[in-house]
Design a protein around this ligand. Structure first.
Ligand SMILES: O=C(O)CCC(=O)C(=O)O
Ligand SMILES: [Fe+2]
Length: 210
């Protein structure tokens, strides 16, 4: 279950998304942030030499989500728990909170409190596969409460259609045995979108775990 895709106004930053010039410059800025983060991670793992190849094989897309106000203070699940099938996800939410991330330590869900001018950067399944599982792709969901609609803007970097995803050899060694077999991104999307897709904390592991 996901929220409807919309292009609509709201308060603050996202208000201007109706205006295509602002939308373009907003998308450009967060695309730059996405690129910077990805370069830093590749550098951090000492595989920056793959940067050009990596960027040539990926693209980005921006999605604006609207969540209807549930008109109750009981938490309503508005987006099922999942990890993103992206390389990197960059998320901005308006003043209505709702995003929750599950702690890797004790499994507790905690509310993400972003200041109005900040963005949340998360690794997705694809980055995990590229670096042999040596990043954490957070399990997250959206819980709605109260009388206000919620909006979020999310930039996903993803492999281009038909691109193979594989772990960089330099990141596989005795201490870090290979975690994922190479796979075709489109086939992974088919797998997670299928009616009988497994409900798993890491569908990637089910799909191509070694
Ligand atoms: O709207 C949000 O805060 C989360 C959206 C999300 O997780 C997604 O689009 O993958
Ligand atoms: Fe997500």
């Amino acid at each position: 279950m996901g929220p409807p895709l919309i292009l609509i106004e709201t308060d603050g930053l996202l208000f201007n998304l109706l205006d295509s010039e602002t939308l373009n410059s907003f998308a450009k800025k967060i695309t730059e942030l996405d690129e910077m983060v990805r370069r830093m991670v590749l550098e951090g793992f000492g595989v920056e030499k793959y940067g050009d190849e990596h960027f040539e094989s990926t693209c980005t897309s921006l999605r604006i989500n609207k969540y209807e106000a549930p008109m109750t203070n009981e938490g309503i699940l508005a987006f099922n728990p999942h990890t993103d099938e992206s390389v990197v996800t960059i998320l901005h939410q308006t003043q209505v909170r709702g995003l929750e991330v599950r702690s890797n330590v004790d499994g507790e869900w905690f509310n993400v409190k972003l200041s109005p001018n900040s963005f949340l950067v998360m690794a997705g399944d694809i980055f995990l596969a590229c670096v042999n599982g040596r990043l954490h792709a957070p399990y997250h969901r959206v819980i709605m409460r109260g009388t206000e609609h919620r909006y979020s803007a999310v930039l996903f970097s993803v492999p281009k259609a038909g691109c193979e995803v594989r772990t960089r050899e330099e990141l596989i060694d005795e201490e870090h045995p290979q975690q994922y077999k190479p796979f075709d991104y489109d086939k992974y999307l088919d797998f997670i979108c299928a009616d009988d897709a497994p409900v798993a904390k890491s569908p990637l592991r089910v799909f191509c775990g070694v």
